[in-house]
Design a protein around this ligand. Structure first.
Ligand SMILES: Nc1ncnc2c1ncn2[C@@H]1O[C@H](COP(=O)(O)OP(=O)(O)OP(=O)(O)O)[C@@H](O)[C@H]1O
Length: 337
């Protein structure tokens, strides 16, 4: 069997936090941001790493990429110890932190790409081809001469992703890549990432608070809570386990005040004087197709959309029922309880 591209065993990272205790004294508390984490990622996988604020996601990613030293446990990324072999690892991975730039703030984007090509020692004969592909697919042509600090958030994130993929890494790690982007920019980014994965087989590890990112881009979900893994499995498995509902939004051509009961679905709202109807459902009870068929018998459907449950809501439900969820449905090491 080939070695996992990421292997994490009993990983722990502590931080010392000092807080005021009385007028002159400061109390010293040790916080375990990551607390006994174990998992494997196979090459080619696409994994969503999710959890509430402060759950330990960024700390894990920093250890996977060699930025932070673990307090205990082991990490191997691309078969390497990330701290000792950080330079070698940098040639095999691409990392994007949505809220922090890795580009040169005062350099035009094109110069940042050139600098990265030099750092990674990419062959002069081939790297411009890759750059042009990325510039084309990410629609960056108009901004190549613009200093990074003058780019909009959406333009900058596209630039960051192009920079992270310039050296065709085996593993792409994205920390909140769509944060702050508008709906259209998010969508374009997801299409691009899915396409890159299909073309190059790049392994993807993604932290996000956006359920649509997870749904569109990943096939496995790891949920972390207080630095511990509390779920390892598929997204449908996770939403089913916590009973989270999807919502189907149906717009009609002509208003209908009451569409009547729809088997397996719960009517959430009727809006715009009967033009828009919302139905909540779980895949165990019915399907989007069955709801559409039932609605179509009573009115003419103009448009529809499915709203996924909110990640924060799913995670909250998961935390509320911890005993039910501490299991692993994927191959590989069981989630640590
Ligand atoms: N340098 C640090 N010093 C002290 N505490 C830290 C440090 N970095 C992280 N922490 C703490 O560790 C915990 C985990 O933080 P981390 O940033 O990994 O969470 P996260 O899951 O990425 O959160 P978010 O979704 O808000 O980005 C938090 O309680 C945080 O306050």
């Amino acid at each position: 069997m080939t070695e996992p591209i990421i292997q994490v065993r009993d990983l722990r990272r502590e931080f010392v936090v000092r807080s005021p205790a009385g007028r002159l004294r400061r109390a010293r508390t040790v916080v375990a941001a990551v607390d006994g984490l174990s998992f494997d990622l196979a090459e080619g996988a696409a994994v969503g790493y999710i959890g509430a604020n402060g759950a330990g996601k960024s700390t894990t990613i920093k250890m996977l990429t060699g930025i932070l030293v673990p307090t205990e446990g082991t990490v191997r990324t691309c078969g390497l110890d990330p701290v000792r072999r950080r330079r070698d690892l940098a040639r095999q991975i691409g990392v994007v932190f949505g809220q922090r730039s890795q580009l040169w703030w005062d350099l035009p984007l094109a110069e940042s790409f050139r600098a990265l090509a030099a750092i990674h020692r990419l062959p002069e004969a081939s790297w411009p081809v890759r750059r042009d592909e990325l510039v084309d697919r990410l629609d960056l042509g108009a901004f190549l001469a613009t200093p990074v600090r003058q780019l909009s958030l959406g333009q900058r994130i596209r630039g960051e992703i192009a920079a992270a993929l310039l050296h065709s890494p085996r593993l792409l790690i994205l920390d909140e890549p769509t944060i702050g982007l508008d709906v259209l920019s998010k969508e374009r980014l997801r299409v691009f990432l899915a396409e890159q994965r299909a073309l190059h087989g790049t392994t993807l590890l993604l932290t996000t608070h956006d359920m649509d990112d997870v749904q569109r881009l990943t096939d496995r979900v790891l949920v972390v809570d207080h630095g511990r893994l509390v779920y390892d499995g598929t997204l449908p498995g996770l939403t089913a386990q916590v009973g989270a509902e999807r919502v189907m939004v149906v717009d009609l051509v002509e208003p209908v005040a009451d569409l009547g009961p729809v088997d397996g679905a719960r009517r959430v709202a009727v809006e715009s004087d009967g033009l828009r109807h919302r139905f909540a459902f779980t895949p165990e009870r019915t399907t989007a197709g069955a709801i559409l068929e039932a609605v179509g018998r009573r009115g003419q459907v103009r448009d529809l959309a499915i709203e996924e449950p909110d990640i924060e809501d799913v995670v909250r439900r998961l935390y509320l029922a911890p005993s039910a969820v501490r299991r692993s449905t994927d191959a590989g090491p069981a989630a640590t309880a």
